[in-house]
Design a protein around this ligand. Sequence first.
Ligand code: ADP
Length: 244
Amino acid sequence: MQLEIRGRKLVRRTYGQTSDNFVRQQRFVNDVSHELRTPLTIIRGYVDILERYGADDPELFREAVSSIKTSAQNMQSLVENLLFFARADQDNQPMIKVPVDLDELLKNFVEAYRSPRVHITKLAPCKILADAEFLKRMFTAFLENALQYSAPDKPVMIELTTSDDAAIIRFIDSGIGISAEDCGKIFDRFYRSDKARTKLENNKNSVGLGLSIAKWIADRHDIEISVDSTPGKGSVFTLTIPTI
Ligand code: ADP
């Protein structure tokens, strides 16, 4: 609902759907502003410090440059994710699906990721219809989370198995886990659990958009996502993908 003054008359208008959009848009602008404020504050703070003392203290200089760099990367990643949604919401996200050997794709993806913590434990051959670039983007979201939300010495397992008409991929970590209440919200745009916020302490790349992008991609490939998690023990994200 919105109040509007026309001439000297006060007119009350109810927008229905539009009102929901308005509220959603306001929340969105609020979320984006909030996400930009932290890196900008860090950058401003370090630039001030550098201006005053930076040139005389090499350690301070290194710390400042590193923090400014991380903050700029976070902002860049936020902007790229926002652009993804801007295009997706306008149906302007072209997707070309072709037959893909999922086992090959997954193997190459993990090799290219180059993390000694990531292990493929099962790799059943199978074919699906997909846009490989989008699929890799989706895998990245699950893998980055599995790595980020578990201790740096803990491995992350990926397995690919098949059933009659589906391929099943599991991302398995032994990290901080997700509460039952949070499990229902983690695919919402900008949602992050309090635990995740505390763990990443503002200096890691986390804005709460990775899983909502993954879900968008999954929906366009008829992929079902399920989450099985125990706080303090770890999480398993399971993707069920129709095979051809
Ligand atoms: P973020 O950029 O914060 O990682 P995501 O959309 O990728 O955003 O994830 C949303 C939230 O879901 C995270 O902030 C975290 O609270 C939770 N989450 C996702 N994956 C995991 C995981 N493997 N282990 C624990 N928590 C997770």
